[in-house]
Design a protein around this ligand. Structure first.
Ligand code: SAH
Length: 347
């Protein structure tokens, strides 16, 4: 058991076992909910801090930090207590700051364009680790004057497939939205999935206020299966049905991510077929010019071409935007920084 993963009851039991007065439980709980380690719980006696430190904390520390000189985006590489490294990104927008968090070390989904999945999934992250990323970022980048927090929005779009780590991710969502925790509104949280259909239906029940993003990337099963092995288990028709169920149930639009890959899915005929698939659905398409990953051999497109594709969709009444490119100079794309650092360490 790790401090950062404990429920209130588990904290009470663990602290109580050290034979201290009850009010200490509340103090420890408050610190833990802020992601603070026992050694830094300043209002506790030294002996108790030492006793508490005998139980592993279960959080993350900042291993490396890179700041984009273009847009202030910060890419963090976090170190977990077992030595694994995992990425997180802080992006600054006019409406607030968004963090992009990982949910697994690596990924098992095998998408052909993605750097995170090249060596499979090492392990899933625990809720306390994901919460700790936020605490560490806020400690590293304190809120602007007069602002209660640095992080106002979260996207689960780092490495890993959140719905392949379902229980931990749902626990994280409950805790990150709770008043005792970071208290971030579920409406400011997006979860992105490659389309594990049965888990999408469960998510609609467990976290209906979170924005659902689905990585679509193709309009045909042929192309989608070639890019995303998960499509062989859950073909596009089932993914779109689940998306429709989400929109019907929550009244909120689904976001479809569509990475434009030169010569693969970026022609006007593709826009036409995509629009036909999405016709009448409460949705929005987020176009991402592919960030070419050296090991993957797929081509990107120019931003001008991405805008052209957006116009093709809008002409067909599908709302779409081209994702702003953030942190391109600091290996902002999924899994790229971790890979480079691992290559440097292991050669
Ligand atoms: N596993 C989840 C979330 C992680 S990836 C998912 O599949 O949605 C976040 C987004 O980045 C996904 O849409 C993913 O397909 C996309 N992505 C991954 N590698 C990319 C690359 N090289 N260029 C552009 N988008 C990429």
């Amino acid at each position: 058991m790790y401090w950062m993963d404990m429920t209130e009851q588990e904290i009470a039991d663990a602290v109580g076992a050290f034979g201290v007065p009850k009010f200490r439980v509340r103090q420890v709980t408050e610190w833990l909910r802020k992601g603070v380690r026992p050694a830094e719980m300043h209002n506790l006696p030294k002996d108790l801090r030492e006793q508490l430190s005998t139980i592993p904390f279960g959080g993350a520390t900042i291993y490396q930090k890179r700041v984009s000189s273009k847009d202030g985006t910060i890419k963090y590489l976090f170190e977990l207590e077992d030595g694994n490294l995992v990425e997180g990104v802080l992006m600054r927008y006019s409406y607030g700051n968004t963090v992009c968090l990982s949910t697994q070390v690596g990924c098992n989904m095998g998408c052909k364009f993605c750097a995170s999945t090249l060596e499979g999934c090492v392990r899933s992250l625990r809720p306390g680790e994901m919460l700790s990323f936020i605490a560490e970022i806020e400690r590293d980048e304190p809120p602007a004057e007069g602002k209660p927090r640095t992080v106002t929005n979260i996207v689960l779009m780092g490495s890993g497939e959140p719905l392949d780590n379902y229980d931990n991710v749902v626990t994280f969502l409950r805790r990150v939205t709770s008043e005792q925790g970071p208290n971030i509104s579920a409406r400011n949280i997006s979860l992105s999935t490659c389309g594990i259909v049965p888990k999408i239906y469960r998510l609609i029940e467990d976290a209906p206020h979170v924005t659902l993003s689905i990585s679509l990337h193709a309009h045909s099963n042929e192309v989608r299966s070639a890019l995303m092995p998960v499509n062989r288990a859950y073909p596009i028709e089932q993914v779109l049905e689940a998306a429709k169920a989400y929109a019907d149930r929550t009244g909120r639009r689904v976001v479809f991510e569509y990475a434009l890959i030169g010569g693969t899915n970026d022609a006007e005929a593709d826009a036409d077929a995509l629009a036909a698939r999405l016709k009448g659905m409460l949705c929005h398409v987020n176009l991402i010019p592919l960030n070419p990953v050296k090991e993957r051999g797929l081509n990107g497109v120019t931003r001008a071409h991405a805008q052209q594709f957006r116009e093709w969709l809008e002409k067909r009444h599908i709302s779409a935007t081209v994702r702003r490119e953030m942190g391109a100079d600091i290996e902002g794309a999924c899994g790229q920084l971790r890979r480079r650092v691992l290559n440097e360490i292991h050669g």
